[in-house]
Design a protein around this ligand. Structure first.
Ligand code: SF4
Length: 496
């Protein structure tokens, strides 16, 4: 079971390394270890020594999947790795990544962060042409699309052309994949002798490049993974960019471009680690600014500011700075209670949120508290959290949320795919406040959130904020809206 927090869960973290003379499996292990927050269901590593590929995958946290015994056979000088949370495909070892197949041109392994919104059509096309599939993941689709003979697509975009300025078979196929795929993908791809990194044309999911001391390069979903393994941050990949790491170093092709980028703003709200750099600045700074903006828009008469640890701590610090109220620790989190296969019995189940958080009564007793959370998605933990504050002595609890109400589903690789699961789609703010039992409730506005991001980054690269605004950066096929009610709401919104 998972001790659920009310947060959306990111699909995955990806990592890749090309570094002759280095233990690349170990480097990948520690890279994945730093990306653990992006997926806790399964983990995997594939390496290559230029002749053969070696793989190990398993269910659970990175540290549960790997040990000395299964890491040491992963030989070679290039590797990719993956940590997974399932948004398409069930939570099963069959769906763990990276995928690995043998092709006419040697091994091909793929690790994917994101969701393809036209996966159904692509799947159909492959099956019709006799390409079998053994899992339900988009990642297997990506792998088979790259491996399939060009005839499957009836198009010469998959064909290696001698006049092409990109004289690399896999680069050509990746570029062709970008032409037929829609949705979100940040990919780490391993072939016999190179590692490729790919971002979708909208840049929905992040990906960055780092350089290792002593030679070699790495790519990772977030810069925190570079810091962990001692790599120097070089740059973030551009939207649509295809990067190749090999013995010649790094080469890059621009790939398919979109008119405007659309990096997921939830990376700034919650997903990314606060010490990662995204858009040129540290996530922690953006979150503090969101907290400041929230204080400008929605302060309250209170004594102290408390953040829900750990994710809302920077937002709460920013709120306190702006409001002039003292920032105070009010909750202690059990940091080791991620996933467990031991079910609590009925008595423990009643403990609910107390299994994860305890109130610091010495700090809360008799205090009017502004409690800061980074987001409310389903609304299933806000009520117990407010009650925990009261039980711990708070005389008033004013809940402030450092992002706007989540009213729309996400189809780009985040586990909130229907309208009906989102509390802000069903109820207005006063009703949510009454349901969770807070003395008051308010959210950061959408313009306020976007201006906080712009203020810190100093530019506006283009963002997806569809789960807040309902404005999607890509056309969402109707079948993705799970039931009739959802379609009706969506079509009504389109008419407006
Ligand atoms: S809909 Fe929301 S969670 Fe999904 S990509 Fe856009 S901003 Fe991120």
């Amino acid at each position: 079971m998972t001790f659920h927090e009310d947060h959306p869960r990111e699909a995955c973290g990806v990592f890749g390394v090309y570094a002759p003379g280095r233990d690349v499996a170990r480097t990948t292990f520690f890279g994945l270890y730093a990306l653990q927050h992006r997926g806790q269901e399964s983990a995997g590593i594939v390496t290559s020594d230029g002749r053969a590929a070696y793989s190990h995958k398993g269910m659970g946290l990175v540290a549960q999947v790997f040990n000395e015994e299964n890491l040491s056979p992963l030989k070679g000088h290039l590797a990719i790795g993956h940590t997974r949370y399932s948004t398409t495909g069930s939570s099963h070892i069959r769906n763990a990544q990276p995928t690995l197949i043998e092709t006419m041109y040697g091994p091909l392994a793929v690790a994917h962060n994101g969701n393809l919104t036209n996966a159904l059509q692509l799947r159909q096309r492959l099956l019709e042409r006799g390409v079998g599939l053994s899992s339900t993941t988009d990642t297997e689709l990506v792998t088979q699309i790259l491996a399939a003979p060009p005839e499957v697509w009836g198009s010469d975009i998959f064909q290696l052309n001698p006049d092409d300025p990109v004289p690399d078979r896999w680069m050509v196929r990746i570029r062709a994949f970008q032409e037929i795929a829609e949705g979100a993908y940040s990919l780490a791809i391993l072939t016999e002798d190179a590692v490729y990194a790919v971002r979708d044309p909208l840049g929905l999911r992040p990906l960055c490049l780092g350089e290792l001391d002593g030679g070699g390069y790495v790519i990772a979903s977030e810069t925190c993974a570079l810091m962990t393994i001692g790599a120097k941050f070089v740059r973030e990949l551009e939207a649509g960019e295809i990067l190749r790491l090999d013995r010649a170093g790094v080469s890059s092709v621009r790939g398919k471009q979109a008119p405007k980028e659309a990096l997921c703003v939830f990376e700034y709200v919650y997903f990314a680690r606060p010490d990662s750099v995204m858009g040129g600045e540290m996530i922690h700074l953006v979150r503090q600014q969101m907290g400041r903006q929230l204080a400008i828009e929605a302060s309250a008469d209170a004594d102290i500011v408390v953040g829900v640890p750990d994710s809302a701590t920077p937002h709460a610090i920013g709120f306190a700075q702006q409001s002039g109220l003292p920032y105070t620790e009010g909750l202690t989190k059990n940091r080791y209670i991620g996933r467990t296969f031991i079910q609590p019995d009925d008595n423990l189940r009643k403990q609910g949120i107390n299994l994860k958080y305890n109130g610091l009564t010495a700090n809360l007793k008799g205090k009017r508290v502004i409690l800061i959370d980074d987001s409310i998605v389903r609304g299933n933990t806000a009520g117990p959290m407010v009650q925990l504050m009261r039980d711990s002595g708070a005389s008033e609890v004013h809940l402030r949320v450092a992002s706007p109400p989540v009213k729309h589903p996400c189809f780009m690789g985040v586990d909130m795919a229907t309208y009906r699961e989102l509390i802000a789609n069903k109820y207005d703010i006063p009703s949510i406040c009454a349901k969770i039992g807070a003395d008051s409730l308010d959210y950061l506005s959408l313009p306020g959130m976007m201006s906080a991001i712009r203020t810190v980054l100093g530019h506006d690269a283009g963002y997806c904020n569809a789960c807040f605004s309902g404005v999607y950066p890509i056309t969402i096929p109707n079948w993705l809206f799970a039931d009739e009610r959802d379609k009706t709401i969506f079509e009504a919104k389109l008419r407006v």
